[in-house]
Design a protein around this ligand. Structure first.
Ligand code: HEC
Ligand code: HEC
Length: 233
């Protein structure tokens, strides 16, 4: 039997080591290696909220052309801080260190889809209105029929699958239809107190749901989504 054992050892030794860096970098963006960075219950990956190309429908910025920015949304000084705002905030995990396997892989993956010449930070512009009543007024009059497809694009990835995000889970549409239009709009626009630096002190709905800026989700789409959600109540 010894020869077989020897052969196996030689074969294993000949395999390239890909555990850190290389082909597996993307796993920390869109597979269980990514969701495992969060809390024990978390199933959201970076890809739940961030595209890797120009696709729409995501609350976070695309990871394309993000690796070399001078600073990050919410005033985060560096990439590690920005990544950790999401890992500890939305995903409910423990902050990564600069030399952790996860951060090294995430940075390498972003670099692989980023142009080093793109260094201008993305602006952070959450729509913060005075109170729920102000959101209610701003988002009245949507078209429920048009809202169905937009709901699928922007909300369904979490709410149609009861996706666990950090310590919470995404309620089904009937569970959000009971909220007022103003509360739904405020939730979508501000999310609530930290984690990602967009603390809106007036928000009464903290939780791991991310917020959508105007640049990620237009006012018309959100109006239509709210009309569709309310039609399911
Ligand atoms: C539940 C949704 C969610 C998850 C999961 C998530 N993020 Fe985020 N992320 C956001 C939101 C929302 C923002 C702030 C707004 C924006 O980027 O448009 C943000 C911002 C960022 C930024 C700053 C972007 C910029 O343009 O300055 C980085 C970098 C980032 N996230 C990395 C990550 C990484 C890496 C992961 C996975 C380990 C991750 N995020 C997981 C929602 C999420
Ligand atoms: C990344 C996953 C994710 C996406 C995308 C998402 N949600 Fe949520 N949502 C959650 C989670 C998780 C909760 C429960 C925890 C919380 O309240 O933050 C939630 C809660 C809510 C609530 C209940 C807030 C309350 O008052 O209790 C509303 C309303 C809501 N979402 C609306 C939406 C709408 C509308 C969209 C699309 C524009 C959307 N969500 C997109 C994950 C998501």
């Amino acid at each position: 039997m010894l020869p077989n054992y020897m052969t196996m050892t030689v074969a294993l030794a000949a395999l390239p080591l890909v555990a850190c860096g290389g082909d597996n970098d993307q796993d920390f963006y869109d597979s269980t290696a990514s969701s495992a960075l969060g809390s024990a219950t978390n199933e959201a990956t970076c890809a739940t909220c961030h595209a890797m190309d120009d696709a729409k429908g995501y609350s976070g910025s695309s990871f394309k052309n993000i690796a070399y920015l001078e600073n990050y949304k919410g005033g985060g000084a560096d990439l590690l801080g920005a990544v950790n705002a999401c890992v500890t905030g939305w995903m409910g995990g423990t902050a990564l260190t600069a030399d952790s396997e996860g951060f090294i892989a995430i940075e390498a993956f972003m670099q692989s889809i980023s142009d080093p010449a793109v260094t201008t930070p993305n602006p952070l512009m959450p729509e913060v209105l005075a109170d729920e009543a102000a959101y209610e007024a701003a988002y009245a009059g949507g078209d429920a029929t048009a809202g169905e497809a937009a709901y699928g694009t922007y909300c369904g990835s979490c709410h149609d699958t009861a996706l666990p995000v950090g310590p919470g889970f995404s309620p089904a549409i009937a569970g959000i239809a009971v909220r007022t239009a103003g509360r739904i709009a405020q939730k979508v626009r501000t999310s609530g107190p930290p984690p990602s630096g967009m603390n809106d002190a007036s928000d009464s709905t903290p939780g791991p749901m991310p917020f959508f800026e105007m640049s990620d989700l237009s006012a018309d789409d959100l109006k239509n989504i709210i009309a569709y959600v309310k039609s399911k109540g």
